[in-house]
Design a protein around this ligand. Structure first.
Ligand code: GDP
Ligand code: MG
Length: 162
């Protein structure tokens, strides 16, 4: 049985793009429009000969229940069935209230967390990634899922967590 890594975070932070980057294929659906509900989807991945399963969590349709509540619920389900969590934030927009909600779920879960500060497409954005230390989840790994920047260090950290 392979270790399972759940990829969680707000819609549009680049979770599916990052999953595609890690698996080396374009199978996870990248959405330019956030808010499309989908099931969680699993993909086999490997790094340095170690295999694991990545679970991409989908978008969330804003409805009566409220977006933040749905995100938290989805995240909770994905986290509960994972060995480790890849928490993705968008470094270019900073942390949001819903990030804090997921952080509380992550803390309570006791699961190892790797924090990816995505959309750091160039050196200039590294400072924005560093501001993610304030989430209290340890070192933020600056990555650009789009261009591949930082993905090696991130994958090393994922292997350490599983
Ligand atoms: P998800 O909802 O978290 O799965 O996000 P997606 O992977 O669908 O990406 C949402 C949008 O962000 C798409 O337009 C992506 O092309 C864009 N995106 C993802 N990663 C990056 C990145 O590293 N840099 C930039 N500039 N855009 C990105
Ligand atoms: Mg997605």
């Amino acid at each position: 049985i392979l270790p399972v890594v759940a990829v969680v975070g707000r819609p549009n932070v680049g979770k599916s793009t990052l999953v595609n980057r890690i698996i080396g294929r374009r199978e996870a659906v990248v959405q330019d429009v956030p808010g499309v509900t989908r099931d969680r989807v699993s993909y086999d991945a490997d790094w340095n000969g170690k295999r694991f399963v990545l679970v991409d969590t989908g978008g969330w349709a804003p409805d009566a229940k409220g977006m933040a509540a749905q995100i938290a619920e989805q995240a909770e389900l994905a986290i509960a069935s994972a060995d480790a969590v890849l928490f993705v934030v968008d470094a270019t927009v900073g942390t949001q209230d819903v990030d804090e909600a997921v952080v509380q779920i992550l803390r309570r879960s006791g699961k190892p967390v790797v924090l990816a500060a995505n959309k750091v497409d160039d050196q200039r954005s590294e400072a924005e990634a560093a501001s993610m230390w304030n989430l209290g989840l340890g070192e933020p790994f600056p990555v650009s899922a789009l261009h591949g920047r930082g993905s090696g260090d991130l994958l090393d950290a994922i292997l350490d967590a599983i």
